[in-house]
Ligand binder design. Structure first.
Ligand code: HEC
Ligand code: HEC
Ligand code: HEC
Ligand code: HEC
Length: 350
């Protein structure tokens, strides 16, 4: 029990997700994934270990996705992190003993599962790290309306309801690309002051951009071709993803900045990143003239990027989050052609 409690404490943030998920279950979305006033506070969290089923459950139907994933650093970190001298160095500075159980690395490097009151690292960064703990959606997301009904026979109404139910069950479904953008930026901004300032961990992936980082080695677009190919996403999708990424970069850089209490590496890098994300979004908006982006920028303009400003920066991030989801649910790629020149071309994909 003592062991569990200690773990729970180190997982403080993750565990509070349980409560939030319970409070929010059963809400209805206006659009797919569009605004829900209650869900914002859940967004700082990664994955709730009580909802994790593990990637083996997915493998029956998604073997190609698993095979692709196994060639990425997301998978490999499970095997390599504890042997990495740089990781040992960070752990020493923070006084951590074990990477996989007793440490804060589990937030971003591992998938944790609750196994009868005990949390276990079951893999690296897995399907559910990006798509959400699957317990409450896994059996919903592929049910076309009965055992004999195929994808082709599914009614449009059923499809919408199925997607809603899956998202309501905590699925970060690609239908709303902001749901996935959140996953990436939540980890790739590294919102942990002590980890960076004391541990010496990188203050996030500063060159992270969602098109370039999702369409290369991470890409697993098999479902859309019934498993035949793994083609990059179409230009309309990439435009939407690119702008959603700019919004998410701003949201999560503000969340990072909100945690800054010292004028040091972490706070400075996070604030600079937020400013840079806003500048990029502003350049895009000059060409796009989308009201929802104007709202995002107005929120940014209303806050001060300074240390010990947690509440106001978090509130701004929460508002931007809702606008990001709304953006992805309501603005189509074909309305975003004006920024084509900004979108990373294939030679820059990771
Ligand atoms: C019994 C088979 C089955 C299992 C198990 C399964 N899936 Fe799926 N999954 C499907 C099918 C079929 C689709 C295509 C749904 C559609 O037509 O929209 C799909 C689609 C998806 C999508 C794309 C979004 C969508 O709604 O189309 C994601 C993401 C996904 N699955 C993730 C997972 C993850 C993660 C797991 C394991 C936790 C998992 N799936 C387990 C069959 C399965
Ligand atoms: C908030 C998320 C987050 C947490 C918590 C976190 N990391 Fe990381 N870590 C990352 C990300 C994102 C990267 C990839 C950075 C990049 O290269 O862009 C990374 C990269 C690393 C690398 C470099 C890996 C390589 O292959 O070069 C090491 C080493 C590392 N982390 C160690 C740790 C250790 C040790 C802990 C726990 C004390 C930890 N991290 C906690 C997000 C995190
Ligand atoms: C690093 C985050 C990440 C991980 C890990 C991840 N996904 Fe995804 N997944 C995404 C993103 C982003 C998309 C949308 C990509 C796009 O539209 O180009 C996506 C799309 C999908 C789709 C829809 C593909 C299509 O053809 O439309 C399925 C199915 C899916 N993921 C299943 C899985 C399964 C199963 C795993 C585990 C093996 C997994 N994902 C791991 C981020 C991730
Ligand atoms: C749960 C945390 C987490 C999530 C979610 C996540 N990543 Fe990562 N990602 C990491 C960490 C940690 C590493 C570095 C792993 C290592 O090297 O040990 C990494 C590495 C990568 C790399 C390899 C970088 C390189 O320099 O080779 C790519 C590409 C990447 N992530 C893309 C994405 C994309 C795109 C998304 C969202 C769709 C995403 N990641 C979501 C934590 C995460």
């Amino acid at each position: 029990m003592a062991r569990y409690t200690r773990k729970l404490r180190s997982l403080g943030v993750v565990v509070s997700a349980v409560i939030i998920v319970v409070v929010c279950s059963g809400f209805a979305f206006n659009e797919l994934g569009a605004e829900d006033p209650r869900n914002s506070s859940a967004l700082e969290l990664n994955v709730d270990p009580h909802k994790v089923v593990g990637y083996e459950t997915c493998s029956k139907c998604h073997a190609s996705e698993i095979e692709t994933w196994k060639k990425t650093p997301h998978y490999e970190t499970f095997l390599t992190l504890h042997r990495n001298p740089e990781a040992k160095n960070i752990a020493d500075k923070l006084g951590l003993k074990s990477f996989k159980s007793d440490s804060r690395c589990i937030q971003c490097h591992y998938t944790m599962q609750d196994q009868g009151g005990h949390l276990e690292a079951i893999s690296g960064i897995s399907c559910e790290s990006c798509h959400g703990g699957a317990k409450d959606w896994v059996n919903v997301h592929y049910d076309y309306g009965g055992a004999n009904i195929t994808r082709e026979q599914e009614t449009p109404e059923h499809r919408i309801q199925r997607l809603r139910n899956a998202i309501g069950g905590g699925m970060r479904n690609p239908i709303n690309v902001y749901l996935l953008a959140q996953s990436c930026y939540r980890c790739h901004t590294v919102p942990d002051e002590e980890l960076v300032n004391v541990g010496g961990h990188k203050a996030g992936s500063l060159d992270f951009e969602i098109v370039a980082w999702s369409q290369g080695l991470v890409r697993h677009n098999f479902v859309r071709s019934n498993g035949q190919t793994n083609d990059p996403s179409a230009p309309d999708r990439l435009r939407q993803m690119f702008v959603a990424g700019l919004i998410a970069d701003l949201e999560f850089s503000l969340r990072s900045t909100s945690k800054a209490t010292q004028k040091a590496e972490f706070g400075i890098t996070s604030a600079k990143r937020a400013k840079r994300a806003a500048d990029r979004l502003r350049s895009a908006q000059e060409k796009l003239q989308q009201p929802v982006l104007q709202e995002v920028l107005a929120i940014f303009d209303g806050v001060k990027l300074k240390i010990n400003n947690q509440q106001s920066l978090e509130e701004a991030a929460n508002k931007i989050n809702k606008l990001g989801i709304k953006f992805a649910a309501t603005v189509a790629g074909k309305d975003l052609t004006a920024i084509d020149a900004y979108i990373p071309k294939q030679d820059r994909w990771k």
